[in-house]
Write a protein that binds this ligand. Structure first.
Ligand code: ATP
Length: 926
């Protein structure tokens, strides 16, 4: 028999060929065994940099190579000890750089893995979520709108299923898919309409499919090499620092050359000056800067993960600190997404529902009296629609140990939980309270087709059979559902939906929405045998409106405070929701989003506005309601035109363009679709608005930390160069020998700078306006601080050297004093760098890493001074008490002078950022 292609097979043939059961899927054992056999469902990655290459890269720097060359020469000239020590220092420096970069690389990789996609799979007869990389041929996957197809699959069930396959076929319009066999033999990929291909995107509907190929065997795998896309992980700041690094190299080398020439002209030995010059250049070039920036970013990103924010694109860490507007979804982000139906409206009657959470315990009352379901046909109908037009299910789950501990008083070992959409869950709970559930209707009503919910139509419907006939059950946003209704169930009778009755329904819906309830309408239609029911248009028309359900969705507790924090930080919060305007406004009011005079706009008004009109009022709008995903893009663009840096959340497939266009696209980790996650820069693993605010806080902190160690490193380098430069200019002997220069570079630049990278943020971090995205890293007087401090360190070191020299002691002792002064001045300065003001404004012991780093640097310096074996190598002598006093005074002067300056309020230390009253206006570049 000729071998059939996958697209030609019937469901049973497929199941047989793949050794799988379409109703139960594989067992865990089978899946494990197949994973061994077929390998992981992953596309092979591009070349990784091996640790050895990474290590060798540390020595590629031109100046380091010159230094190695010079050292070799000095080795040849008989200075073995010098040469060996210099090589040892270079290797140590290399190891430090390697550790820094290796850590950075590893954390970036870990981040990538964190955001790897999952898949819904049927295993052992149950739907479970597994990492997409663990899928195996024969697995049954369930797909819905917004998913990335995780492997090549043959569809066995579809509901209005569309996929966008441009990555494979170049066709950008989504194609409709079905589950029937196709008989033709050789079909191009685009025509294999019953197959789903790895990496393509589900734009609409739902489907079930059998995995036929995984990993590199998939169609995507075949072209994996072509599409191997590496995301640019370098942030704009890193890029700018790289350029700055190049300028600094030129400056450092230029100054070094001058030092060398001046030294030689003043009679210093040529070779000695050359070695000193190269050492100085190596020390002065902040080669550790890029790695420390990466570390600060990567460690900051790790901290963000702990605070439930996963960064997918490193550059966004910087942008986070500039965010001036957060546009947030309402449901699930600002609210808990734990819905409970509390009120019903049925043809003019108002009913109250009791009970809390997902526990199906409670009842329905009208006035004071409990309703009798048996005699209440409209209520029965409403509950039936709620149960049938529903994909959520309730189940009991054991309360985890930890939970048990927390709820010590609670004796229950199980609690009710929900699988599926919380809105539908609330409806399932409502029915279950009166014994009307999908299960109780099984066999009486059988679902044949679903027209899934989407945020554009804002409704869903199902086609069911009942007693030989067919029935449409629909639910959705009342204003939109009413458009599809021609009748209404009033006092138990089906009557035409006149404008005045429609008005009554709308009024009831608005009243519910005004009490912050999320309102859904329910409708149905009995189909006649001749009625067509293939498309949504054919099905969702001429409906009979039954009633309204109103559900509460309490705001998240921590959000109100987070919004207040934003306000203090000059960040405006905007709610964008598909929900009703009144519901949105009521919740915005509860959360403190809407200031006096703020505006709410709905999707219809927005659609009627031109871009120019929107631009004029966009700064004053705080709530957008009943919007469709495409409106989000307009809102982002308009805000950006007003100079804002916009953070925008989204979860659905249609949110992706807005997420991409935003400066910081944010996706929901729990409810978000793969597509929205892939478009985003940040994923919230708890879907919580407060997490965005934490991420912004971290973003601001990371940027400030980068500024702190840039301040520290560059001021230190300016000090080093200046000491040598001035000494040579005025004809003094070398204040530091080459090995000392390299040693200073190693002990002061490495650990203390890294410790600054993980420094705690200053208290008032979230009390300033966001910085402008165009801000120079040296802004807010950082450049001035670096230069002035560098000059002071240089002068003081040289001063100490000169005084010692003048007192008639040996040159070696004077050099030792200069060496100790330079190290001490830098180690004191590092504490200054923690504050935008001075050392006196923060507790210096707060950063334990910094204290440890400084102590270890101090011990290393003392070793060089006091271990006899090291003294000849480092050309040092032990210092007496008087010399130490001189060292401490000279090293302390810069901090003292700048500190006094800051207390007295000199321009260099004045607080340049002022607290701001929040008015929602655009940020002003400082
Ligand atoms: P947000 O954008 O803040 O998450 P949302 O979740 O309220 O807002 P949508 O999910 O687009 O926005 O819902 C919009 C409206 O569609 C809701 O107000 C509700 O009336 C209706 N709706 C929501 N979920 C369903 C559903 N599962 N079936 C039918 N209608 C629904």
């Amino acid at each position: 028999m000729e071998h059939k292609s996958w697209h030609q097979m019937e469901k049973e043939e497929l199941a047989q060929a793949l050794g799988s059961a379409p109703d139960r899927g594989l067992t865990s054992e089978e899946a494990g065994e197949r994973l061994q056999r077929y390998g992981r469902n992953e596309l092979s990655e591009g070349k990784k940099i091996s640790p050895i290459t990474l290590f060798l890269n540390q020595f590629k720097d031109f100046m380091v190579l010159v230094l190695v060359g010079a050292t070799l020469i000095s080795g040849l000239l008989g200075e073995y000890l010098d040469a060996l020590t210099i090589v040892a220092i270079i290797v140590l420096n290399g190891i430090l750089g390697f550790i820094q970069e290796f850590r950075a690389e590893r954390s970036l990789r870990a981040l990538k893995e964190l955001s790897a996609p999952n898949a819904n799979v049927m295993r052992n007869g149950e739907v479970v979520v597994v990492p997409a990389s663990e899928l195996v041929p024969g697995d049954i996957v369930l797909l819905e709108s917004g998913d990335r197809v995780p492997a090549d699959i043959r569809l066995i069930e579809t509901n209005s299923f569309y996929a966008e396959e441009s990555a494979l076929t170049g066709e950008s319009v989504p194609v409709g898919k079905h589950a029937s066999p196709i008989w033709e033999h050789d079909l191009p990929l685009g025509d294999q309409r019953n197959l789903g291909f790895m990496g393509t995107m589900v734009t609409r509907g739902t489907a079930k499919g059998l995995v036929i190929r995984t990993g590199m065997n998939t169609e995507m795998g075949k072209i994996a090499d072509l599409i191997q896309q590496t995301e640019a992980m370098e942030t704009p700041l890193q890029h700018r620092l790289e350029q700055l690094g190049k300028i600094l190299i030129v400056v450092a080398v230029g100054l070094t050359v001058m030092v060398v020439i001046a030294g030689i002209l003043h009679g210093q030995p040529t070779y000695g000056m050359f070695l000193a010059g190269v050492s100085l250049a190596v020390a002065a070039i902040p080669e550790g800067l890029p790695a420390i920036v990466t570390i600060a970013l990567a460690l900051g990103v790790q901290r963000m993960i702990k605070r439930k924010a996963i960064v997918r694109k490193l550059p966004s860490v910087e942008t986070l600190g500039c965010a001036s507007v957060i546009c947030s979804d309402k449901t699930g982000t600002l609210t808990q997404n734990k819905m409970t139906v509390t009120r019903l409206w049925l043809g003019g009657r108002r009913l109250e529902v009791s009970g809390e959470g997902y526990e199906p315990v409670g009842g329905i009352t009208e006035g004071e009296a409990a309703v009798d379901l048996k005699s209440d046909q409209p209520l029965r109908r409403l509950l039936q629609i709620a149960a049938l037009c529903n994909n959520a299910s309730l189940y009991k789950r054991p309360i985890e140990e930890e939970n048990k501990k927390r709820k010590i008083k609670e004796a229950r070992a199980e609690e009710w939980a929900l699988k599926g959409d919380p809105t539908e869950g609330a409806l399932a709970v409502l029915g279950a309270k009166l014994g009307v559930s999908a299960k109780s209707l099984e066999g009486i009503y059988n679902r044949i087709k679903e027209f899934p919910f989407d945020s554009e139509r804002k409704r869903m419907s199902v086609l069911v059979t009942h007693q030989g006939g067919r029935l449409i059950c629909a639910k959705g946003a009342p204003d939109l559902l009413l458009e599809q209704c021609s009748y209404i169930l009033w006092d138990g009778n089906i009557v035409p939906l006149t404008p005045s009755l429609k008005q009554k329904v709308s009024q009831a819906a608005e009243e519910m929405a005004g009490s912050a309830l999320r309102v859904l309408g329910m409708a149905y239609r009995d189909l006649r045998p001749q009625d067509a029911c293939e498309t949504e248009q054919e099905v969702e028309c001429q409906l009979v409106f039954v009633g309204l359900t109103g559900m509460i969705d309490p705001p998240r507790r921590e959000v109100r405070e987070a919004i207040a924090t934003c306000r203090r930080a000059g960040i405006k919060t905007v709610m964008i929701t598909g929900d009703h305007q009144l519901t949105a406004e009521a919740i915005a009011g509860q959360l403190g989003i809407m200031p006096r005079g703020g505006m709410a706009v709905n999707g219809r008004q927005l659609a009627a506005m031109s871009d120019e009109q929107l631009d004029k009022i966009v700064n004053n709008i705080y709530v957008y309601a009943r919007v469709s995903p495409e409106h989000k893009l307009r809102i982002v663009k308009s805000l950006q035109r007003q100079g804002h840096v916009v953070a925008m959340t989204g979860d659905g497939v249609n949110d992706a363009p807005a997420i991409k266009a935003a400066d910081i696209g944010i996706a929901m980790g729990i409810t978000g679709t793969d597509v929205s996650k892939e478009a985003s820069a940040l994923v919230l693993s708890d879907d919580n608005f407060a997490t965005i605010v934490s991420a912004i806080e971290e973003g601001r902190g990371i940027y400030e930390n980068i500024r702190k160690f840039i301040r520290y490193l560059l001021a230190s380098n300016v000090g080093e160069i200046l000491t040598m430069f001035l000494a040579m200019m005025v004809g003094l002997p070398l204040p530091l020998v080459p090995i000392q220069i390299l040693w200073v570079n190693l002990v002061t630049d490495g650990l203390p700078a890294m410790a600054l990278g993980v420094d705690q943020a200053e208290k008032d971090l979230m009390q300033h306006k966001p910085r402008s995205a165009k801000e120079n890293i040296f802004a807010r007087r950082l450049g001035w601080k670096i230069i002035s401090r560098g000059i002071l360190i240089g002068l003081c070191t040289l001063g100490a050297f000169w005084i010692t020299l003048r007192s008639g002691t040996s040159l070696v002792e004077a050099q030792t004093v200069a060496f100790a002064t330079l190290v001490m001045a830098q180690l004191i300065h590092v504490f200054d760098c923690r504050s935008s003001r001075s050392i006196f404004h923060r507790n210096p012991l707060q950063n334990r890493y910094l204290v440890l780093a400084v102590l270890s640097s101090l011990v290393l310096m003392l070793c060089v001074l006091y271990i006899e074996a090291l003294q000849p190598i480092f050309k040092t002598v032990p210092l007496d008490f008087r010399s130490w006093c001189l060292v401490f005074v000279a090293a302390g002067i810069p901090t003292f002078v700048m500190g006094i300056g800051s207390v007295l309020g000199t321009p260099g230390n004045k607080k340049t950022r002022t607290r701001i009253p929040f008015d929602g206006s655009k940020p002003i570049a400082r």
